[in-house]
Design a protein around this ligand. Structure first.
Ligand SMILES: Cc1cc2nc3c(=O)[nH]c(=O)nc-3n(C[C@H](O)[C@H](O)[C@H](O)COP(=O)(O)OP(=O)(O)OC[C@H]3O[C@@H](n4cnc5c(N)ncnc54)[C@H](O)[C@@H]3O)c2cc1C
Length: 337
């Protein structure tokens, strides 16, 4: 089990800035996020949209903000674990132990929950067989594309993820792209590439239709789809990949014995501590009188929470407030002269 000063749950903008605020105080952190990329809502929901209310940054997109936050925390070389959902939180003397769905464990005197609106989870198909085959031949994300080499793959969805993976995996596998509508939402230039491949017989496109069954003995053999006109078709399939979008689930956070208020965690706005000592909440997930669900509010919240984290992680040291402009210690930590 790895020990650190602060375990940060959530790699959204607030979790990322928490790394900075802890880092300049000399605290180490580990960041864990359920998604396969950092940035939270900024990356998952509006990567190309301009944000106009980040102080001193007149305009930047969700993606640019994430890139800048990553740049700002580079000096701290913080471990960021992706595609890991924090499931359990338990007390061990004066520390907290966090366990992920992949059984990874961390121990620290402080936990900073920057879980936003909860973990983003893929929307799944509601067929019993699909549940049984999940992780073997039914997938909702691609972690390692090598495992999809030389297969018959049916990809479901009409957005960018479905189109991007159809194009990428067609380099070494036979692809059938299935969508419930005639039109695809994803980038039109990717769709044009796929249509070229369709003419070459490398990709087959089926619309408008939906899956009705998965045919399997032990492994997946084929899927059956039904077109809007009522016709059905069986498609030989080794692997089914579904990209039906994401849903937000508060998930395990609700079960950790924290005082909750309408899916948010109640905190003391002096230090953003919850009803449990050493557990902090910041960003969209926290609530206190007057809370605004804005990125800049989250930045302020982690600044204050990190002071309390310092006191718990370094009980024998005195916390000294310092400006980054004038503190030699902070400049050293940032690798600046
Ligand atoms: C369309 C849109 C436009 C917006 N525009 C603006 C704007 O202009 N200005 C502004 O200030 N704000 C804006 N916001 C709001 C802003 O995006 C949020 O306030 C901000 O993202 C909150 O950051 P966060 O880090 O608290 O949470 P999030 O960005 O939600 O990140 C939380 C992360 O925690 C992860 N997580 C949750 N639970 C777990 C778990 N158990 N284990 C592992 N990981 C977990 C999630 O996967 C997620 O990645 C906008 C929001 C939307 C949807």
């Amino acid at each position: 089990m790895k020990k650190t000063d602060v375990i940060i749950i959530g790699a959204g903008p607030v979790g990322l800035f928490a790394v900075h605020q802890l880092g300049i105080k000399g605290l180490n952190a580990v960041v864990i996020d359920n998604l396969d990329k950092v940035g939270g809502q900024c990356i998952e929901l509006y990567p190309d949209k301009p944000i106009y209310d980040i102080p001193a940054v007149p305009e930047c997109t969700g993606e640019e903000l994430t890139t800048r936050l990553l740049e700002q925390i580079k000096p701290f070389k913080t471990e960021i674990l992706l595609s890991e959902r924090v499931e359990e939180l338990r007390e061990e003397k004066t520390n907290w132990v966090v366990k992920t769905n992949n059984k990874k464990e961390f121990i620290a005197p402080n936990v900073m929950i920057a879980g936003g609106v909860g973990s983003f989870e893929p929307r799944k198909i509601s067929l019993k067989e699909a549940e049984k085959l999940e992780g073997k031949s039914v997938f909702y994300s691609v972690r390692n594309k090598e495992q999809f080499k030389n297969k018959k793959i049916s990809i479901f969805g009409g957005g960018d993820s479905a189109l991007d993976w159809a194009l990428e995996l067609s380099k070494f596998s036979k692809i059938t792209l299935v969508h419930r509508r005639e039109e695809f939402r994803g980038a039109q230039h990717t769709l044009s590439e796929i249509k070229k491949l369709e003419k070459e017989g490398k990709v087959s496109i089926k619309t408008p239709c939906q899956i009705v069954s998965l045919d399997n003995e032990r492994d997946l053999k084929s899927i059956t789809i039904k077109f809007d006109d009522g016709k059905t078709e069986k498609i030989p399939t080794d692997v089914m990949l579904g990209f039906f979008g994401l849903i937000m689930k508060l998930g395990p956070i609700a079960e950790w014995g924290l005082n909750m208020n309408k899916k948010t965690i109640e905190v003391n706005p002096e230090n953003f501590e919850t009803n449990k000592k050493g557990i902090f909440a910041a960003g969209d997930i926290c609530s206190y009188p007057g809370k605004l669900k804005l990125i800049l509010s989250g930045f302020h919240e982690v600044a204050l929470a990190s002071v309390e984290c310092f006191k718990r992680a370094r009980p024998n040291e005195k916390y000294r407030f310092e400006f980054t402009t004038s503190s030699k210690t902070i400049k050293d930590r940032l690798g600046k002269k």
